[in-house]
Write a protein that binds this ligand. Structure first.
Ligand SMILES: [Zn+2]
Length: 302
């Protein structure tokens, strides 16, 4: 019998949940749910050999995530992901100190990697900190000030694992519906609060719902506050499966995946760690590794 990190048997039935056009806090730009999700049999799967990964040989130099500890993964009812290749020395995305900020939802790379971003910050489940400490899967956190301000400290151990804190406004408005001045305060006030709390200024900004990213008004507002790029996404993690923007419903190298800090009340009873475990399973079954987004981005020279 396999137990999850809460010491409870994992009983959620994969079949029952699947397709949910779940209204996410960050919204989706695509329509429709994903069809025919590959369900994950959580209880019966025999552990696989850990070196597995018949997928492409990653360079053996310094796997950024460190060597996977199969026992740590087994604790979460998972087998280790293939280690990500070393990040490229020549970064696919190069940011400038000034001028319009680029907007991207994927990273150009041939590496069989995807990037996980987790937004808002509502659910602050200590088990997720434990899980990430065990698994050392890289994530990027786009935090909304008024959603995290009641417990800034929650995110510090996640940051201490090497994960970056990025800007996701003060209180999650629809940016194209507010005037430029208000846009600016939404971004700048979050920027200063996050910088003060976490000791480093966010390099990236994500507009709530991905809204307004292509407008010059929002681009200017971002420029005035410090972030040097706007980051959207290609896939959106729901509860047990992802919604894909591409019609073939497959991950592509360099895809950015959107997830959220959410708990049982928003996940139909599933926990943050169950959601994240399922996300990793969806990535693994398509033969991908998880890399750190910021490792593929060159920050402006200071
Ligand atoms: Zn959001």
């Amino acid at each position: 019998m396999i137990r999850d990190g809460r010491g409870r048997t994992r009983t959620y039935a994969a079949g029952a949940l699947a397709l949910l056009a779940f209204a996410t806090a960050c919204g989706e730009s695509g329509g429709g749910g994903s069809a025919a999700p590959a369900t994950r049999s959580t209880g019966a799967a025999a552990p696989k050999p850990t070196e597995a990964a018949p997928t492409s040989a990653a360079p053996t130099t310094a796997a950024p995530a460190g060597g996977a500890d199969p026992a740590a993964w087994a604790k979460w009812n998972l087998t280790p992901l293939a280690p990500a290749p070393a990040p490229p020395a020549d970064k696919p995305i190069k940011l400038e100190r000034t001028g319009p900020v680029p907007v991207f939802s994927e990273v150009k790379t041939n590496d069989k990697v995807v990037f996980i971003t987790i937004d808002d910050g509502a659910e602050k489940d200590p088990k997720f900190v434990e899980m990430l400490t065990d698994l050392k899967v890289p994530i990027s956190m786009f935090l909304t000030r008024d959603i995290v301000r009641n417990d800034y400290a929650y995110f510090k151990p996640l940051q201490a694992l090497g994960n970056h804190i990025q800007n996701h406004t003060v209180d999650h408005p629809v940016m194209s519906k507010i005037p430029a001045e208000k846009q600016k305060s939404e971004i700048c006030d979050a920027q200063s609060a996050l910088t003060q709390q976490y000791g480093t200024a966010p390099l990236l900004f994500r507009p709530p719902f991905g809204d307004g990213a292509s407008t010059s008004t929002l681009n200017t507002s971002v420029q005035q506050c410090g972030p040097r790029a706007m980051v959207l996404w290609r896939e959106s993690m729901q509860i047990h499966d992802m919604q894909y923007q591409a019609g073939d419903k497959k991950l592509k190298p360099g895809d950015i995946i959107l997830a959220h800090f959410r708990g049982p009340s928003e996940l139909k009873g599933a926990t943050m760690t169950q959601m994240f475990g399922d996300l990793l399973a969806r990535i693994q079954e398509q033969g991908f590794s998880v890399a750190r987004l910021e490792d593929y981005i060159q920050a402006p020279a200071s």
